[in-house]
Write a protein that binds this ligand. Sequence first.
Ligand code: ADP
Ligand code: MG
Length: 300
Amino acid sequence: MLELREISKAFGRKQALSDVSLALQPGECTGIIGPNGSGKTTLINIILGLLRPDSGTYDVDGIPFATARTSLLRSIGAVTEQPRFYPGVSARVNLRFIARACGLVSEKERIETVLKFADLSDHADRVYGSYSLGMRQRLSIAAALLSDPQIVIFDEPTNGLDPEGIRLIRTKIIDLKAQGKTIILCSHLMSEVQQVCTRFAILSEGRVLQTATVEDVIGGKARTIVIAATNLEKLRLHIEQKEIGQITQEHSGSITLKVSDKIKNHELLKQLVDSGIEISSFAPAPTALEDYFTSVLSAQ
Ligand code: ADP
Ligand code: MG
């Protein structure tokens, strides 16, 4: 577990972070979500030992960073906004440089493992300079994983990527989560966080405004679902009879439904299918968390 306690950092008169406390669990992806300038990268740089906080401490599995800096840094890998690789040499050679600089043992095997994980095995001998943006980002992931770190940090990993590139990064984060890694995903996009994170913290002007689980926000409160069915009449009757929620719109084959109770999406879907309703699409409104994020920020 990575635990941050009351971390503060100022740049001159600019207070970039104020008393940030967070606990990050293995096997979970925690989103740190906040607008540009809210302090996300500053926090990551502190975790990576690149910046010293003015006050506050953090520890990994109970070991304070200040007392075991070198060994703890090996347990942290980061995919940051500006990766630095040599453009004139291949991806494999770039990884070899990094592995040697970190003093990795059995580097050869490890390099092949991380290349494979990043889907780069077939392109590993191409010079880095010829890589697409998506491949560059995947090489950053490979490099971050070289020391097989327990904690993996992603700082705005999909900036500038096309949808396919974004999807690939997302599946890699999900794979790492399944391996039991402790993952931090910094983003200014709630939709990105929503897709992979179980838990998130909203950062604004260097303060944590709120921490919550995604389930708390979209599971517990009223939310919108758009459902399309072959027989819309049957669907409408079922919703009304079972008092599932409030129909706010009905047109061209779909019903927009506000679900007010604590019923979970998968339970509702199962209930509809079990009642013999042919569902052709079931779409929880993707904007639920985005709206929430905006409302928390604007309540400031
Ligand atoms: P984010 O990653 O959320 O966009 P940053 O952590 O990069 O935010 O920045 C937080 C605030 O700290 C911003 O106001 C930024 O201008 C300021 N800041 C960050 N790094 C420095 C620095 N090295 N010197 C001066 N100000 C900085
Ligand atoms: Mg940043």
